[in-house]
Write a protein that binds this ligand. Structure first.
Ligand code: HEC
Ligand code: HEC
Length: 234
């Protein structure tokens, strides 16, 4: 299990074990995903063909943008365009897992479930190789006070059994092996929406409920503050 938690600071092991073994939380601890990180699966993602991924990516551009940059919610006259996550520069193992989770109905979304069902495991590995090779454009957000978000990220909150986000996602939100996503530069609207979805259980594809347990303890204001902080990180 420890290796699934990523390469983390050993000081946090006891608190993470408490998080995973608290009786009141056991019911919420389901596997959440049918992706198994076998040697073959890891090799398939590692050897993903970015060139082929580039060819397949044409069908993603209409929503995720030609460079995988995503968008925040946009209000145009009386039409509102939804929040689309940035996928450029994402950890390829994380991205592969999400595409398989949508295909296996372990994560659901009106558009993505159907799209992922049309992709083979090899397509998912190739798309992950392509998008992970692209750089994410930086969205500057100067003059904001990020101190509350920075504190949560670097020290967490022992009273609420909340480990710092950085033990898993890294000090700069860069993600970690195996399947810990990069958060730096992610669109704030999507970030907020997906944390609220973990919080109410609508998103439940996180192995060992790691994100559901954390999101349940965050307030809406904390989630908002974290989302705007991570969006401007590079
Ligand atoms: C019709 C618009 C649309 C198209 C086309 C589309 N996506 Fe998505 N995608 C979305 C939305 C919206 C989400 C967020 C869904 C959610 O909240 O679960 C998403 C989520 C994702 C995620 C999860 C991101 C994360 O950070 O967890 C991945 C990976 C992804 N899409 C990859 C792709 C790929 C690869 C293609 C092309 C083969 C594609 N998408 C085509 C709209 C689209
Ligand atoms: C114990 C390790 C761990 C800690 C601590 C942790 N995360 Fe995560 N986080 C993960 C994993 C693993 C995933 C991917 C789960 C999945 O496959 O859906 C994830 C996913 C996410 C996502 C979804 C990303 C996307 O593109 O959809 C967000 C947002 C997020 N975490 C934010 C946070 C924040 C904010 C904190 C601190 C309050 C935090 N996480 C603390 C392990 C962790």
């Amino acid at each position: 299990m420890v290796h699934l938690l990523g390469a983390i600071d050993m000081r946090w092991i006891p608190i993470l074990l408490t998080l995973l073994s608290t009786p009141a939380l056991v019911n919420a601890v389901e596997s959440g995903s049918t992706v198994a990180w076998t040697y073959e699966t890891l090799q398939q993602v590692r050897k993903g063909n970015a060139e082929n991924g580039n060819k397949l990516a044409g069908s993603c551009a209409g929503c995720h943008g030609v460079r995988g940059e995503g968008t925040n919610v946009e209000i145009r006259d009386d039409e509102s365009l939804p929040a689309i996550p940035a996928i450029a520069g994402q950890n390829p193992y994380y991205m592969y897992k999400q595409l398989r989770d949508y295909a296996n109905d372990d994560r659901s979304h009106d558009s993505m479930s159907g799209i992922a069902k049309g992709l083979s495991e090899q397509d998912a590995a190739d798309l992950a190789a392509w998008f992970s090779s692209l750089a994410l454009p930086i969205q500057k957000d100067e003059g904001k006070d990020f101190s509350a978000a920075q504190k949560m990220i670097s020290t967490g909150d022992g009273k609420r059994i909340l480990p710092p986000c950085s033990v898993c996602h890294g000090a700069n939100g860069q993600g970690d092996k195996i399947d810990i996503p990069s958060l730096a530069g992610q669109r704030a609207d999507y970030f907020e929406k997906t944390l609220l979805a973990y919080r109410d259980g609508q998103r439940h594809n996180d192995i060992y409920s790691r994100m559901r347990l954390i999101a349940k303890q965050l307030s809406v204001d904390e989630i908002k503050a974290l989302s705007i902080y991570y969006q401007q990180l590079k």
